[in-house]
Design a protein around this ligand. Structure first.
Ligand code: NDP
Length: 372
């Protein structure tokens, strides 16, 4: 098994990749649409995901016109990004992203539901009061019902517990996930940002309830390597997830934009950092930007771009099933998708990268959300 920190073993981008079931062809597929050429990885749990998925956390709410949202989602789907990742609180404001996707499923994407893997989550604050966040069964149940209503679908493909909740017994949170599957409202379930230790506990509870946690969604990037760190039993979160056969979906693989070169010459006015979003300007220290600049140089020397290097680095580990990117424009998404046709990082590149793949203090989700 690859140990990402040691620079050894199998780094092939294509490891675990299998072609799509449908014939690969740039021409029409008989339904008047182009056929996707994006490769998939399949986890031992059976979940098959495109190597690049798209998330609708930012840029799918009040600050973006519906036309722009539609353009981005349709472009993504037509390029084979068939995994759309949502949560009750995405937009912003909360509910907006699910409402937008619901509109698209009723119009431009009508009849294409089964082509898509739709995931949603509950855990962060969606409405006021104690039943509007965390991990109670009451909240999870109500949130899933509301998500289905906004999306206009009978079931989501995956429903996640968005974060660990130390104030609710795991039996209740995981029990609500099990109930979601039994009720047919979620085809499968998963967890997000649970630490290695909490994941072990959740897997044990799920086992007892006869439900499988098929996927773990975790922050992972060149500037945030918490999933590699050994937990109390010596295993990292990546180890625990892989040994349980879970798919691993790596979110914010571009460090919310910090790994794109966007901030190398200042803070652009239209950037996430300038908009008062979840990318905190104080993270953009000279030290961190020095590492980003060095990574940019390594990318150029290898004939890549920085975002493609950042994504290829996360995908070097075959335990990662998909990188879950965000995008504000079609051009940004296309840049991320180019990683699928890049060669894997060479051992020389990996060695050069290692000193610059540093913790940048940008993990909003890791251990802190696991121990509250
Ligand atoms: P990324 O790390 O991919 O950051 C995306 C942002 O980076 C874009 O919105 C854009 O920001 C910038 N960017 C992207 N491509 C380029 C490019 N080629 N050139 C320049 N800038 C670029 O991911 P996100 O942080 O957006 O997260 C992705 C998804 O992960 C979310 O939508 C969500 O689905 C999931 N997620 C899950 C969480 C969880 O708790 N489970 C938490 C957070 C995210 P700009 O606006 O500045 O242009």
């Amino acid at each position: 098994m690859l140990s990402p920190a040691d620079g050894s073993s199998d780094h092939r981008l294509g490891a675990g990749v299998r072609p799509l079931a449908r014939p690969v062809d740039d021409g029409p597929d008989g339904y008047g649409r182009p056929v996707s050429t994006l490769p998939h990885r399949r986890s031992p749990s059976g979940l098959s995901l495109p190597v690049v998925s798209i998330g609708l956390w930012q840029n799918f709410g009040a600050g973006t016109s519906f036309d722009d949202q539609r353009r981005l989602v349709l472009h993504a789907v037509n390029r084979g990004v068939v995994h759309l990742d949502l949560a009750n609180n995405y937009g912003p404001p909360p509910f907006a992203a699910e409402e937008s996707v619901g509109r698209l499923l009723g119009r431009e994407l009508r009849g294409r539901r089964d082509e898509l893997l739709l995931t949603t989550k509950a855990g962060y604050r969606a409405w006021p009061g104690p039943y509007g966040e965390l991990g109670s069964a009451k909240y999870l149940r109500a949130s899933l019902d509301e998500s289905l209503r906004r999306l206009g679908v009978d079931a989501v493909d995956v429903f996640y517990s968005h974060r660990f909740d130390g104030t609710t017994p795991l039996e209740e949170t995981v029990g609500a996930l099990a109930q979601a599957v039994r009720s047919g409202k979620a085809r499968q379930v998963g967890i997000s940002s649970y630490s290695a230790e909490r994941t072990v506990e959740a897997l044990r509870v799920a086992d007892g309830l006869g439900v499988r946690l098929v996927v773990h969604q975790v922050a992972y990037s060149l500037l945030n390597r918490w999933v590699e760190r050994p937990g109390p039993d010596g295993r990292s979160l990546l180890d625990v997830a892989a040994q349980a056969g879970m798919a691993v979906v790596a979110f914010s693989p571009l460090g919310q934009g910090m790994l794109t070169g966007r901030y190398l010459t200042g803070v652009p006015a239209d950037s996430r950092a300038a908009r008062g979003g979840p990318l905190r300007p104080e993270w953009l220290t000279d030290d961190v930007l020095g590492h980003v600049r060095a990574l940019d140089g390594i990318a150029r020397a290898g004939g890549r771009t920085l975002p493609r290097l950042a994504l290829a680095w996360v995908l070097r580990d075959p335990r990662v099933t998909s990188v879950l990117v965000g995008a504000r424009t079609v051009e940004q998404l296309d840049e991320s998708l180019a990683v699928a046709s890049d060669p894997p990082l060479s051992d020389d590149e990996l060695r050069a990268i290692e000193p610059h793949a540093v913790e940048a203090g940008i993990n909003l989700w890791g251990p802190r959300s696991s121990d509250r």
